[in-house]
Design a protein around this ligand. Structure first.
Ligand code: ATP
Length: 207
């Protein structure tokens, strides 16, 4: 089973990294692929360049051999649609279960994603919830795919919806960018190697 974690990672922080490590162990994943988005369709464009965001991601995971920085969205022209990314991952991994992870905030907007129903053709969707989090009522499309047993994700290579609580760390890239812009120390919210890269490249400073 392979985990997929998309995001802008502007910059990557311990909220991403801790969740990725927890799901790696919970689902016994062979690897977790972290995929920075080039042009996210649903939000403001990133502040740091794509190559800087990739470089910070690589620094953050350098001591985690089962984490892979996957730059396929950065190499593609145009908008970064997850359905295209999953299709390309499926070509690379034809027989493995693919688990697409997203926070509950992202799941709540899933039906606005490009060809969102097709995501389930290529992968399972695993929603990272807060412990005790109550999700909105699921419609028939989702209830038909909902699994409450982890085993279902191993028995099929795609097509299921699963909710997984993870430790919630109230860390966001937005808050980190604001701290840096205010001249404050973002220490302990993200790896020191990433903080050094932010300083060296003078990222997120107020103009
Ligand atoms: P920004 O503040 O710039 O919007 P972000 O911190 O939310 O960024 P993204 O790169 O947009 O980070 O997030 C990518 C994925 O990681 C999303 O699925 C999001 O739900 C999840 N995520 C972000 N922060 C956390 C966190 N603290 N804990 C768990 N998941 C997170």
């Amino acid at each position: 089973m392979i985990g997929i974690f998309g995001g802008t990672f502007d910059p990557i922080h311990y909220g991403h990294l801790r969740s990725a490590l927890e799901v790696k162990e919970i689902f016994n994943l062979t690897e977790v692929r972290l995929i920075p988005s080039a042009q996210p369709p649903h939000r403001q464009q990133p502040v740091a360049t794509a190559s800087m965001r990739l470089q910070m991601l690589e620094l953050a995971i350098s001591n985690q051999p089962s984490f892979v920085a996957d730059d396929r969205e950065l190499k593609r022209e145009g908008r970064s649609y997850m359905v295209d990314t999953l299709q390309s991952l499926r070509e690379d991994f034809p027989v493995q279960s693919l688990l697409l992870f997203m926070g509950s905030d992202a799941f709540n907007k899933l039906t606005s994603w490009h060809r969102w129903q097709d995501l389930f053709t290529y992968a399972h969707v695993v929603v990272l919830t807060r412990p005790g989090f109550i999700t909105l009522a699921l419609d028939a499309f989702f209830t038909a795919r909902l699994s409450t047993e982890k085993q279902a994700l191993a028995d099929h290579d795609a097509g299921r919806l699963f909710f997984q609580p993870v430790t919630q760390l109230d860390i966001s890239a937005t808050a980190i960018r604001q701290l840096v812009a205010a001249g404050k120390n973002p220490g302990f919210l993200l790896p020191d190697t990433v903080i050094t890269a932010i300083k060296q490249n003078q990222l997120y400073q107020e103009n």
